[in-house]
Every structure is written in C-alpha cells, then in structure tokens.
Design a protein around this ligand. Structure first.
Ligand code: ZN
Length: 163
C-alpha cells in the first residue's frame, strides 16, 4: 500500500499557484471562468487545467476536473504523491474527483464561501480520510485581481460572500 505525501512544508506553494493564476487569466481571456488548477509531482507540473464551461460546452469542465482528466493514467500510479493547486477552492464535485483520483493534497487561493467544501470534507469519512492537507490563502491578492477582472458581480458575491 502506497503511503502518500503528507509533509508538504518544503514545497514552494506560491510558485505553483502563480502558474495556475496565469492559466486562470488565459481562461478568462477566452470567455471561460477565470479559474485554473495545476497538478504537481516531485516539484514538477504534470498537468494544467482551467474552466472550460464555455469553450468545452460542459458545466462539469471545471479546472480541477480538466487537469485530472488530462493526466488520469499518471494519477493511477502517482496520485498519492501529488498536489493540486487551484486558484479557487474546489467545489464539491471536484473535491470528490480529487479524492477518487488519489490526490491527497489540495492547495488553493480563494475560499468559495458558497460551496463550503470544507464542511463536506469534515462530514464525509471517505473525503476526510483521503485529504491529508487542505490549505487556503496562497497568493490571494494576485488571484483576486484576475478573478474579479473576468467574473460577473453576482457570481463574485457568491464565491466571496456566500450570497
Ligand atoms: Zn469544481
């Protein structure tokens, strides 16, 4: 049984988040939601993804899911040693996909107050046992700049204020 990565204290979270922010900006420029994710293994990026709700014509093409599907066979082998960086807190669908794809470490910038995913993690043993690290607040200001630039006000309020 593979143990999985638990100690992530020596990883440069800001570095990987800034790469995700660049992807989020590109998604925003394409008319998609300005949200992106990168997956990291052994300090290398193995996948990037961004919201493709408009260009992919699917409401489930979220950043995390897009990144995960682009490297799914790799994750079957190494998922437990990986981290996923997302500019916005994963939604309840994506946190499930993250757990099912064996990724144990989740780092994000902005909390999604509407989705309240952390409450789900705490409430569901399957998620609670699998998510080793769940860290928010990385590069918040830089992420907010991009997020606000391409997000309509009603959606912005949902994420930032929960209503
Ligand atoms: Zn999602």
């Amino acid at each position: 049984m593979k143990k999985g990565l638990r100690d992530i204290s020596n990883i440069d979270h800001n570095h990987f988040m800034r790469i995700a922010i660049k992807e989020a900006e590109m998604a925003g420029q394409c008319g998609d939601r300005p949200i992106a994710a990168v997956i990291v293994h052994n300090n290398h990026i193995i996948a990037k993804g961004s919201s493709k709700r408009r260009t992919g014509r699917s409401d489930v093409h979220h950043a995390e899911n897009t990144a995960i599907m682009s490297c799914a066979p790799y994750l079957q082998e190494y998922g437990r040693e990986c981290l996923i960086y997302s500019t916005v807190e994963p939604c309840i669908m994506c946190i499930s996909t993250i757990a099912f794809s064996d990724i144990r470490n989740v780092i994000f910038a902005i909390e999604d107050k509407h989705m309240n995913t952390y409450a789900q993690i705490k409430a569901v043993p399957y998620l609670k046992e699998r998510i080793f690290n769940y860290i928010s607040g990385i590069c918040v200001e830089e992420t907010l700049q991009v997020f606000k630039r391409y997000t309509i006000e009603s959606e912005l309020n949902l994420v930032l204020n929960g209503c």
